[in-house]
Design a binder for this molecule. Structure first.
Ligand SMILES: Cc1cc2nc3c(=O)[nH]c(=O)nc-3n(C[C@H](O)[C@H](O)[C@H](O)COP(=O)(O)OP(=O)(O)OC[C@H]3O[C@@H](n4cnc5c(N)ncnc54)[C@H](O)[C@@H]3O)c2cc1C
Ligand code: FES
Length: 269
């Protein structure tokens, strides 16, 4: 895995649970694509642990030609808490790009992007890709969270012209209810859809079940724990479900190199 130093341009809390870090690091030159990810390690010795995986959130070119790579993160534990203390000019060590990323949606299906909590991270870049393909009018993005503070997305997405639906478990913002309920209410009016999903494991599982039942293509970006990030430690395996083979008899796939994006039918439900 290619590892390089990146300098922070900005690092701020957008809500109490959503932080945005902008890096002077050229993800475009490394094959940026929504749901591909980097392995981030802290450059100082404050926290000595393995690197952590973070999805590319957005990648764009400044007026001076330099490429800005954005990550969204939720302060959880040692590394992400320490990340909140870094200021512009600090450096982090970035490995990657890693992973496969979301595929292009089929032209005859409406792209529906389903984000749970900090699983909103890959979608600013995916919206940018869909806009480049001229599909803004069709795209529906559902932002789900436990409460209002978990709902955030980059201004570029808000201004893009796509349809954005918000929902929260406690009803403090948007529709009251879970993302699967919000989608189920609209399934008959959306027409043929193709879903792109990132969020916590229970949400991925619920959407996977729905996709299998309703028979729409569905791409799940899984967030397994990772250690190496390049396929050698097997920390990140998910069980495959080969079509026609009963669950439990499939082989194992590594989320870091075979994923993190898997089609709903291809992994154990
Ligand atoms: C492909 C991929 C992409 C990811 N993209 C993002 C992203 O864009 N933004 C983001 O904030 N996070 C993302 N994550 C999760 C992120 O890697 C973890 O939040 C991070 O490793 C936590 O490190 P920490 O040292 O702060 O927490 P730790 O001290 O390691 O753990 C703190 C707490 O978080 C829990 N935890 C740690 N890792 C995970 C995980 N993968 N899933 C669920 N719970 C976990 C632990 O059980 C513990 O309770 C991604 C993970 C993967 C595999
Ligand atoms: S994290 Fe080591 S094999 Fe995937």
């Amino acid at each position: 895995m290619d590892v390089s130093l990146a300098t922070l341009i900005d690092n701020r809390a957008e809500t109490p649970t959503v932080w945005r870090m902008a890096l002077d690091w050229d993800a475009l030159a490394r094959g940026a694509r929504a749901a591909r990810f980097v392995m981030l390690a802290l450059e100082d010795n404050a926290v000595q642990v393995l690197p952590r995986p973070f999805s590319l959130s957005d990648v764009w070119r400044r007026a001076d030609g330099r490429v800005v790579t954005e990550l969204l993160y939720k302060p959880m534990g040692r590394v992400t808490q320490r990340m909140t203390q870094l200021r512009a000019g600090a450096q982090v060590r970035i490995g990657g790009l890693a992973g496969n990323g979301f595929p292009q949606p089929a032209s005859e299906r409406r792209p529906v992007l389903l984000a749970g909590g900090i699983g909103n991270a890959p979608f600013a870049l995916q919206v940018r890709e869909l806009l480049a393909g001229g599909r803004a009018q069709e795209v529906v993005l559902v932002l789900a969270g436990r409460s209002a503070q978990d709902i955030w997305i980059q201004p570029s997405v808000r201004e893009s012209g796509i349809t954005i639906i918000e929902c929260t478990d406690d009803g403090s913002r948007g529709e009251h209810g879970r993302i699967t309920e919000v989608l189920q209410r609209r399934l008959s009016t959306l027409g043929p859809i193709e879903a792109f999903v990132c969020g916590p494991e229970p949400m991925l599982h619920a959407v996977q079940q729905m996709a299998l039942k309703e028979q729409f293509p569905c791409h799940l970006s899984v967030e397994e724990r990772m250690a190496c990030g390049y396929g050698v430690c097997n920390a990140c395996v998910v069980e495959s479900a080969q079509p026609g083979v009963p669950c439990g008899q499939g082989d194992y796939l590594r989320a870091c190199v075979d994923g993190p994006v898997f089609e709903a039918r291809s992994i154990h439900a």
